[in-house]
Design a protein around this ligand. Structure first.
Ligand code: ZN
Length: 187
């Protein structure tokens, strides 16, 4: 799992948190851009379960998507670090959240919901609205950053005790355990 640095990560618990993970290993130079091309953003929409369709993405929309992503990241990480929110980031998120999300309708048999001709912009509006819902809710205090020094993934800790330390136990958690085991062995 997670062998491929370019693979999308879905450990955030919310679509807006997972969107911030399309930029990975933020501490590293270069970091990992997981949506380098417009087609990658279209792939992410599908992987995130927002749509089954490959929506057209233009280069300007990709640029806007990345600006939204970084604004969400700044606000979410600021919450983790209990820093005052970045006003410019708030403006960017609000601008996207003000756009119309895709129209929805019931399928012919009335048993399922589907989006009506979603566009990249309307799907990004959904992501931004999810970010507003999350950051504007007391639950945002449960935002965390993975405890690994080499991982910058954010996630929403939904454990009852608020004790989740890793983006994924089987990745960063077990890596940490092994490192501690090795250190102990060396002493
Ligand atoms: Zn991690």
């Amino acid at each position: 799992m997670f062998q491929d640095a370019a693979a999308f990560r879905f450990v955030g618990g919310r679509v807006s948190v997972d969107f911030t993970a399309t930029h990975g290993l933020r501490w590293r130079d270069p970091s990992v851009e997981r949506i380098p091309a417009p087609a990658d953003l279209a792939r992410w929409f599908i992987a995130a379960g927002l749509t089954d369709l490959t929506v057209p993405v233009s280069a300007p929309t990709l640029r806007g998507a990345r600006a939204l992503r970084e604004a969400l990241y700044r606000l979410m990480r600021g919450r983790v670090c209990q820093e005052p929110p970045d006003r410019r980031a708030i403006e960017v998120v609000n601008r996207w959240a003000a756009k119309a999300p895709p129209a929805v309708q019931l399928t012919a048999d009335g048993s399922a919901k589907r989006l009506v001709e979603p566009s990249a912009g309307s799907l990004l509006a959904l992501v931004a609205r999810d970010g507003v819902d999350l950051l504007g809710d007391p639950h945002a205090d449960r935002l965390r950053e993975c405890s690994s020094d080499t991982c910058t993934l954010l996630y929403l800790d939904t454990t009852r005790a608020g004790s989740r330390r890793w983006c994924a136990m089987e990745v960063c958690g077990s890596r940490d355990k092994m490192a501690r085991y090795r250190r102990r062995g060396a002493v």
